[in-house]
Every structure is written in structure tokens, then in C-alpha cells.
Design a protein. Structure first.
Ligand SMILES: [Zn+2]
Ligand SMILES: [Zn+2]
Ligand SMILES: [Zn+2]
Length: 345
């Protein structure tokens, strides 16, 4: 489970989930089977994003890759067709597969040697041997057990098929999926382990990419302040459309405005959303700190006129400052647009 040095690479989704678990301070994750399938207490908000099924897959792969401590918790039958855990079971006839089978209790009357199912003994409120007509006492009573003529023995249970009349000791078990209606048996069922997980203390470090947004933003804010910018965290800026947009950092110095967002997971949506805000707000420069170091974001950034900086770069602050230098040196060529900043009070 733990490959200490060379950890497998995480997909953006896996990394995103792990980051959220760390941010939420989750320590332990336990599965539960309920109306929604396999769920995990305390992860309802994450399930809204991913869906429970996807969430379970992501947790499993995080476990496989050694980022979560895996513990076997339980097992469950899953539909082989749709993967649902909403499965109920029926008994079927081994000969004709009909589910119309009844369980019977077999009774022996040692006095005459007759053996038959309980139903055949029941006569009104009593048990009466169908062979020798001896009354064996109340139907809801017990055998006297004294070796007398009224003595009887329950010798076992058996099943009888209503459809073909076949009698058998052990029915087949048929599983039915309540979601897709698939029928399956033990040979084709997905009988799988349900895991509980622990989020190891050191995972945030190991992840290497999950510093809090604050840790990423603070040095950039200091760099901006050192250059005389007024800096606002999660500042709102009113755009030309009249709409207000929030950026992780809004920095203003005279007519110059720097806006910075952080993409924790390197999702394309992050840069597209930033592009929309940028077009409306028209800052002097727009920076996206990409914590996933995605080549795609970097390439899109060039097209969108957004400076994408690698958030994992040890010299992120230096790269940010060089970018500010470049921006300020180009300032003269730009025609600054005046847009009002909404100040938080
Ligand atoms: Zn009898
Ligand atoms: Zn049958
Ligand atoms: Zn199904």
C-alpha cells in the first residue's frame, strides 16, 4: 500500500478530492449502505460534486495508490450490469428456476412411520397424522417427546416448487437489481469489499501540491504591497457589464490593476471562468496560479492573454515578480481603462 518514495501520479480528480479531504480535516471515512447506495458519512458535499458511485471509485483509487490508508470494512453484492448495491434476493427452483417455491417443515410420525410436510398434518387447530389419523396435539404446540403414540418429530425443512412440484433441500438464490432489474446469481454477482479509509497525517506534505490557498497567496500579496499596490484578498471588482467578479487577489495601484486566481486542480473551467471575468474587468494583467502544473492551462493561458504560473514552482514569487516587471515596463503602451473597484468595508 505504501510506496514511500515514488508515489503514483494522481489524476486531477483524485488530487482534487484528496485536497478537499485535507481541507475539510477528514480523518476517517466509513462506508454505509443505504437508500442512496454506498455512502460515506460527512462527505455529502463531495458527493454532490461527484456522485456517490464516482466518489467511491476515487477513494478506492486513492487507496490503491497509497494516499489513503485502506481498511476492509464489509462486503456487499453489487449488480453486475449497473453496479447498484440495491439488490434483493429470491429463492428459486433448481429444476425450473421458478421463484414460486415454498418452504415446508417435514414431520415424521414414528408411530406409523409417515413423513410429510407440516401442511399435510394441519387439521383445523390440531396436527393430525394424515396416514393413521392420530391427533398429535395443538398445531402451535410442541411434540410431547415421550415416545408415545402422539409423539412426532420435525425432521427438517424442504422446499417445494409450485410450478413443477419438485422438492429440494436447498433452493437457488437469485439476486434482482432494484435499479436496472437485472437478474443474477452468486456466480455473476459482483461481490465486493467495502473499504473504510484513513487520511494519513502526512498526506498533505506528501501531496506536495496541497498547500492552503493562503500559503500560495500570502507571498504574492507581500510582493504586490512592496511595489505599492493596495491588495485585497478575494476582492470584488465591478466589470463593464455591471456584474461583480471575485478574484483571489485584486491589487490596485493608480490605474494599474493586477488580478490573481488560483486553480487547485488545474481544471479547464478555472481558466475559462477567469477569462470571462478578465474580459469584463479588463485588468492590466491577469495571473492564474496553477497548482496542477497543467500544460493545457499553460497553453490556454497564452491564447487567453492570462499569465499562467506553475504553483509548485519553488520560485513562484520570483516568477510572479518578473511578470509584474514585464507588465509595468509595457504599461506605457497600454491604454488604461477606468473601472471602479468596490471596496470591502
Ligand atoms: Zn401416523
Ligand atoms: Zn420447479
Ligand atoms: Zn442493476
Amino acid at each position: 500500500m505504501s510506496r514511500k518514495n515514488q508515489r503514483p501520479v494522481l489524476t486531477p480528480e483524485e488530487k482534487g478530492l484528496l485536497t478537499r479531504l485535507i481541507e475539510k480535516g477528514v480523518k476517517e471515512i466509513k462506508p454505509r449502505i443505504g437508500p442512496e447506495g454506498v455512502t460515506y458519512d460527512g462527505l455529502e458535499d463531495l458527493a454532490e460534486e461527484h456522485g456517490w458511485q464516482k466518489l467511491r471509485q476515487l477513494l478506492e483509487s486513492l487507496g490503491d495508490k497509497g494516499y489513503l490508508i485502506v481498511k476492509e470494512h464489509d462486503r456487499a453484492i453489487f449488480c453486475p450490469k449497473c453496479g447498484a448495491v440495491h439488490v434483493y434476493s429470491k429463492y428459486t427452483c433448481p429444476r425450473c428456476q421458478s421463484a414460486n417455491v415454498n418452504r415446508m417443515e417435514l414431520i415424521e410420525h414414528p408411530f406409523c412411520g409417515y413423513i410429510g410436510d407440516r401442511e399435510s398434518f394441519v387439521s383445523e387447530d390440531d396436527l393430525v397424522c394424515p396416514n393413521c389419523k392420530t391427533n398429535l396435539g395443538a398445531a402451535d404446540g410442541a411434540s410431547p417427546g415421550d415416545g408415545s403414540r402422539q409423539d412426532y418429530k420435525v425432521i427438517g425443512t424442504t422446499f417445494e416448487c409450485e410450478k413443477c412440484g419438485y422438492r429440494f433441500n436447498r433452493p437457488n438464490v437469485l439476486h434482482v437489481c432494484q435499479v436496472c432489474g437485472a437478474n443474477f446469481d452468486y456466480k455473476t454477482a459482483r461481490y465486493e469489499k467495502l473499504y473504510a479509509y484513513e487520511v494519513p497525517e502526512q498526506v498533505a506534505e506528501v501531496l506536495g501540491c496541497a498547500p492552503r490557498k493562503d500559503a500560495i497567496l500570502a507571498p504574492l500579496e507581500s510582493a504586490l504591497r512592496a511595489r505599492g499596490y493596495q491588495v485585497e484578498r478575494d476582492g470584488e471588482v465591478r466589470g463593464l457589464s455591471g456584474g461583480e467578479h471575485t478574484f483571489n487577489i485584486v491589487a490596485q495601484k493608480g490605474s494599474e490593476r493586477v488580478v490573481v486566481d488560483v486553480s487547485m486542480e488545474g481544471s479547464q473551467n478555472d481558466i475559462i471562468s477567469l477569462l470571462g471575468k478578465k474580459m469584463d474587468v479588463n485588468p492590466t494583467t491577469t495571473v492564474l496560479i496553477d497548482m496542477s502544473d497543467s500544460e493545457e492551462l499553460s497553453a490556454l493561458g497564452k491564447v487567453y492573454g492570462i499569465k499562467v504560473l506553475n504553483g509548485k514552482d519553488k520560485n513562484l514569487e520570483g516568477s510572479f515578480i518578473s511578470h509584474l516587471n514585464l507588465t509595468e515596463s509595457k504599461k506605457a503602451e497600454k491604454t488604461p481603462q477606468t473601472v471602479s473597484v468596490k471596496k470591502n468595508e
